[in-house]
Design a binder for this molecule. Structure first.
Ligand code: BGC
Length: 732
């Protein structure tokens, strides 16, 4: 069967690669396997930069591109080079001055937009609309390629079950089924249908693999998991990316069961090249080859490079181990030339597929101007942002706010007017100047008078000043408090020990509550936050994550009812940090959590999450009825009728979960196997039909074979992972 991966092998391209490789010296081959980043020279203080990320500081840093290597054909790719002129200048050296004229590949982290910054990936996934993610990835690719780039280090498809881990922001949450749908959609968006189309870029499925399972949610930490869990939970989104034709993978920083993933032959060769039939190339994560030494897996840089390459890494991001050490290793007979050749072939294949040999310069200044921050891109940013918002509470239908009745609104909180923080992590190509803050969004959407006071800063570094905020609240008819995390508090190397509101923010909310005014809490953050007091005391609670350049208009659309919220959580929201990791698709214990003392629970707090996976409210209500199950040998048809029982038009994400009741390994209490987002007018009903493939109901057994075991299955169709109409069927 022709798969997208097998289609990457084109005889005419492979012949061209043979021709080139026949002429290449060992050093030129090593060069192709080398990705350089502009090394920062001159004492750049990274810690100071992370504390206060001032772009000026970065601009002024002295960069070294090792330009002299390019003309000698000793560099294959760059990361982090920005600016069309600079990219084209370096490309010209490669194409015109190097002996074989092999073009360079320029990659950058274009994670959720290039200039038009979209919601962080976690937020976007809350739309449960993979097609939306395809569109935003396509626009990101258009803007990035217009700026000269060929390759993005996205999508991140790591499953994340622990909100302490800051990189939960970068993926699609905790579920393998939903995560697979988003992985495939994002790959399709970045790469398009025609790989050589200069308006698209190569995608990169990262971080392969298990990275999100870091023990204690601490970034880069060790990962231990059963290989069945690896196959059933963590691998599916990577497999989906491969099936969608992704051209590159990135190996991770973490070790997996004791073997670092950047030198793991089982995952990189047996699973990736073997099981998934991957024909693109693997780039290591930044310096992860060099870090094999710190892991205690390699004796020195040379040993590290050898181990990574032998395991199945093809390109070395920034360590330079391959360039420096390959020739010697091959000449000494400890590294087979075949291994080097396979990696070179894979990299050249991607360069040919991208059409770089015919068109090494991706873009021009006119093209860049025409394709950056266009009105259509901003329109999509607003659409994506409002679809990412999750309504968690709406006591007494306080939202949407009535434009007729409300004359004065108090907008309070440190994130209300904080453009930079709306961008979230990995948005350095964006600019806070392009962001419409939540405060501005609200002001433009209403005739009411808007009183504003921040009340405190985000992290409690400055003394709080509640007085003005309370004064504003007292004058207003409703308080909108915008609180949460700064952009820097999630993303890479941003694990947290606490999942509450940082600094004085919760005290601010408590003081606002004391005024007795209706309190609408708008959260802006990069991970699920454990906020039981807020959930209990806010009149309305909106989770808006980090929504990108159109944060303000999108939040205002929801607050005033121009858009009826339809987002659903893609990560369980814990009640308290001590519950982490917490996820809906856990196996049962022999003593399932309950009221009885000797069950799997805590003595000092609840075992249930604050909000379950899949949860999200609307301004209307939906009723579920008439669950029907039609079993078949290959397919089970499950249907239910969903009716809009409220007074406004609204969208509902109808979710289907199953449970294999008794199996040869304990199975999750629920597993998502289908979802559909539907739009219903008041009183309108729709029968939603799911076709469940029996082949998709299995798991990896003790012997690591995938099996679908006969027996009883439960099925639920409902509005989130904790509710739904329940039925059952037999697999024979
Ligand atoms: C991150 C990757 C990223 C790479 C290049 C690393 O630190 O883990 O996700 O793609 O840097 O910027």
């Amino acid at each position: 069967m022709q798969t997208k991966q097998s289609q990457l092998i084109k005889p005419e391209i492979e012949t061209k690669i043979d021709g080139l490789m026949a002429q290449m010296t060992l050093l030129e081959k090593a060069g192709q396997l080398t990705q350089l980043g502009p090394s920062i020279v001159g004492g750049f203080d990274f810690n100071a930069f992370m504390e206060n990320p001032d772009p000026e500081m970065f601009k002024n840093a002295q960069l070294d591109f090792h330009e002299d290597w390019i003309g000698k054909g000793e560099v294959g790719a760059y990361l982090g080079v920005q600016g069309l002129d600079e990219i084209n200048r370096l490309q010209k050296i490669a194409v015109e001055q190097s002996r074989l004229g092999i073009p360079l590949l320029f990659g950058l982290d274009v994670i959720h937009g290039y200039r038009t910054i979209f919601p962080i990936p976690l937020a976007e996934a809350c739309s449960w609309e993979p097609e939306l993610a395809r569109k935003t990835a396509e626009v990101a690719a258009r803007e990035a390629s217009a700026a000269g780039l060929h390759w993005t280090f996205a999508p991140m498809v790591d499953i994340a079950r622990d909100a302490r881990w800051g990189r939960i922001a970068e993926g699609a949450g905790e579920d393998p089924y939903l995560g697979s749908a988003f992985a495939a959609a994002r790959v399709r968006g970045f790469q398009g249908d025609d790989l050589s189309d200069p308006q698209h870029v190569a995608a990169c499925a990262k971080h392969y693999i298990g990275y999100g399972g870091a023990v204690a949610g601490r970034d880069y930490n060790t990962v231990e998991m059963a290989l069945q869990t690896l196959q059933d939970i963590y691998l599916p989104p990577f497999a989906a990316a491969a099936e969608a034709g992704v051209l590159t993978f990135m190996s991770g920083f973490n070790d997996l069961n004791g073997v670092p993933t950047s030198a793991n032959r089982y995952t990189l060769t047996e699973i990736l090249r073997g099981q998934l039939g991957f024909n693109g190339f693997v780039v290591s994560d930044s310096n992860s080859i060099g870090e094999l030494v710190a892991h205690g897996y390699a004796a020195d840089r040379k040993d590290a490079g050898k181990k990574a390459l032998l395991a199945g890494v093809d390109m070395d991001m920034v360590t330079k181990s391959l360039r420096f050490d390959i020739p010697e290793l091959v000449e000494a007979g400890v590294l087979p030339l075949d291994v080097v050749d396979e990696a070179v072939r894979r990299i050249l294949r991607v360069k040919f597929l991208l059409g770089l040999f015919e068109r090494p310069y991706r873009s021009s200044a006119e093209n860049e101007a025409a394709n950056t921050l266009s009105a259509a891109h901003l329109e999509l940013a607003r659409e994506a942002a409002r679809r990412a918002i999750v309504l968690l509470k709406n006591e007494g239908g306080i939202l949407p706010l009535s434009q007729e009745k409300i004359r004065k609104i108090a907008v309070i909180g440190p994130l209300a007017d904080s453009p930079f923080d709306m961008l979230g992590s990995w948005a350095f190509t964006g600019s806070p100047r392009d962001v419409v803050s939540i405060l501005s969004g609200i002001k433009s959407a209403t005739q009411a008078e808007v009183l504003y006071a921040p009340g405190c800063d985000i992290n409690g570094k400055q003394p709080a000043d509640f007085a003005q905020a309370i004064e504003a609240a007292m004058q207003a008819e409703v308080v909108i408090a915008v609180v949460g995390e700064s952009a820097r508090m999630s993303g890479e190397a941003a694990s947290r020990l606490e999942l509450g509101l940082p600094g004085h923010q919760e005290s601010l909310l408590k003081a606002l509550k004391e005024t007795g005014k209706p309190l609408v809490v708008v959260l802006s953050n990069g991970r699920p936050l454990a906020l039981p007091w807020v959930a209990q005391n806010a009149d309305a609670l909106l989770e808006t994550w980090q929504l990108g350049v159109q944060a303000g208009p999108a939040v205002a659309d929801v607050l005033f009812g121009a858009y009826n919220p339809s987002g659903k959580l893609v990560a369980t929201v814990p009640y308290v940090v001590g519950q982490c990791p917490i996820y809906y698709n856990h196996p049962n214990t022999g003593r399932p959590s309950g009221d009885f003392w000797f069950t799997s629970r805590y003595i000092d707090g609840p075992f249930e999450p604050l909000y379950p996976f899949g949860f999200g409210l609307s301004y209307t209500t939906f009723a579920y009825a008439d669950l029907e199950i039609l079993p078949g040998a290959k397919k089970i048809t499950v249907s239910a009728t969903v009716t809009n029982t409220g007074t406004v038009m609204g969208e509902e994400v109808v979710q289907l979960y199953i449970r294999d009741v008794a199996a040869s390994r304990v199975r999750p209490v629920r597993e998502l196997k289908g979802f559909q987002k539907i739009l219903l007018a008041p009183e309108q009903g729709q029968t939603v039909v799911f076709e469940l493939e029996v082949a998709s109901l299995g798991f990896h057994a003790e012997d690591m074979q995938y099996v679908v075991e006969p027996g009883q299955f439960k099925v639920w169709v409902g509005t989130n992972s904790a509710e739904g109409l329940e039925g059952e069927f037999q697999v024979r």
